[in-house]
Design a protein around this ligand. Structure first.
Ligand SMILES: Cc1cc2nc3c(=O)[nH]c(=O)nc-3n(C[C@H](O)[C@H](O)[C@H](O)COP(=O)(O)OP(=O)(O)OC[C@H]3O[C@@H](n4cnc5c(N)ncnc54)[C@H](O)[C@@H]3O)c2cc1C
Length: 386
């Protein structure tokens, strides 16, 4: 179980209990089927909405839970601890909803946020392309203005929630000659949209139950009022993306600590039971030292992440500090899970065991949300500048 945090008041404890029960009841029993088909059923989003899991940190006037980052953190911890990534609430409530809140017009917020909170509208964010991931300035998906519409051509890859998304925040080039200043964010409503197509869910090595797809745009027309940031929003996409990154990276760090916690809990249960050379595996000095190291790493990570959360709440979380949290927790989580798998022996290699699934689930943390090499570059640049 995730331990109660120093910052957790009674309301957050109730939210945590509610989220834990939701994932145990609505997700865990269906995991096998969802992993096989690489996605969950669409109705799961409506159930999550009804249970108060979605848009917890969005103001009540837009249908959200009226909470703040702590509410998102508690839900994220419970979802990742349960290994129930069947729908990416982090992308939906933690990222897209906050883009709308920060840059959306009043009309855009009123139009989309309430539906996002109930699960009637599922969202995704589409930046990555086959030829441009880390180096986002290279994106080629293009939107040309024609009267009151933008016409989009291009494709996106690795898009989380892509299969069910009703609304996609798409990074496009509105000026191909302006580099980063030519990037804009367009909100694309997918229902019955001519020229829009999605690929089958991609077969990933981990987090298999979460749908990740390609999206294709062929002369797709969206009204100009779907531009994020109003009439001035053209060319602001890169800046908008950068501003939201510390928050997004912190949520990955929050989830990564929950994965460490789950790995250690699973392993403790196993080594206490497993008999070897006439005693519990826990009694072997190596087991004791490995778990002592894992526990220390998890607690140190937790302390740093809690400090980042406090900074975010105080609006003082800077980009390098969030980058440190992202690279260190994702790297450490991979090391902790790997050490735990070893203590399971052959059972740690069988997907029937949560620890084996954790081994592949955890790996993506070092790649997405900005590759860890990029995090180190950001930190180094801040050191260079003093
Ligand atoms: C499961 C999953 C879900 C995803 N969900 C989404 C989503 O919802 N929306 C979305 O837009 N994208 C999503 N992505 C894409 C993800 O953000 C990219 O995969 C990531 O940004 C890396 O881009 P790339 O894959 O093109 O790798 P590349 O950009 O080709 O980078 C490859 C490697 O190069 C190295 N590298 C990169 N930059 C540097 C540098 N500056 N210095 C040194 N080395 C460097 C790193 O080791 C990096 O891993 C998802 C990816 C995965 C795997």
């Amino acid at each position: 179980m995730m331990p109660r945090r120093s910052w957790e008041d009674e309301e957050l404890v109730l939210l945590r209990d509610n989220a834990r029960r939701f994932f145990e009841r609505e997700c865990v029993p269906h995991e096998l089927r969802w992993r096989a088909q690489h996605h969950a059923e669409r109705e799961l989003w409506n159930k999550a909405g009804a249970a108060g899991i979605l848009c917890a940190s969005i103001p009540e006037e837009y249908g959200g839970g009226g909470g703040h980052f702590l509410h998102e953190a508690v839900i994220c911890e419970e979802q990742w601890y349960a290994l129930s990534y069947a729908f990416s609430n982090n992308v939906h409530s933690g990222i897209v909803a906050h883009y709308l809140l920060a840059y959306g017009s009043q009309a855009q917020k009123q139009r989309w946020l309430p539906g996002m909170a109930t699960g009637e509208i599922v969202t995704a964010i589409a930046m990555t392309e086959p030829g441009a991931g880390t180096d986002l300035q290279r994106i080629r998906t293009h939107a040309r203005r024609e009267g009151d519409e933008y016409v989009i051509n291009g494709s996106k890859i690795f898009i989380t929630n892509g299969l069910h998304a009703d609304l996609v925040c798409v990074a496009v080039k509105t000026d191909v000659n302006a580099g980063a200043k030519g990037v804009s964010l367009l909100m694309v409503e997918t229902a019955g949209l001519k020229g829009f197509r999605r690929g089958q869910p991609l077969d990933k090595i981990g987090q298999k139950m979460n749908d990740t797809t390609e999206l294709f745009f062929d002369e797709v027309r969206v009204p100009v009022e779907n531009l994020l940031g109003g009439p001035e929003g053209e060319g602001q996409g890169f800046r908008q993306l950068m501003q939201q990154l510390p928050r997004e990276r912190l949520i990955i760090a929050v989830g990564s600590v929950a994965l460490m916690r789950r790995a250690i809990d699973e392993t403790l249960a196993h080594v206490r039971e497993r008999q070897i050379f006439g005693q519990a595996l826990m009694k072997q000095q190596n087991t004791r030292f490995v778990l002592a190291e894992c526990e220390t790493q998890a607690r140190v990570a937790q302390a740093y992440v809690d400090d980042c959360i406090a900074r975010l709440q105080a609006d003082t979380l800077d980009v390098p500090t969030a980058a440190m949290a992202k690279w260190w927790t994702t790297d450490t989580a991979c090391r902790v899970v790997d050490a735990c798998v070893q203590l399971f022996g052959g059972y740690g290699y069988m997907t029937e065991y949560p620890i084996a699934r954790l081994y592949t689930d955890v790996r993506v943390g070092r790649i997405y949300g900005g590759a860890n090499e990029v995090m180190k570059e950001i930190i180094a640049r801040s050191l260079e500048q003093g």
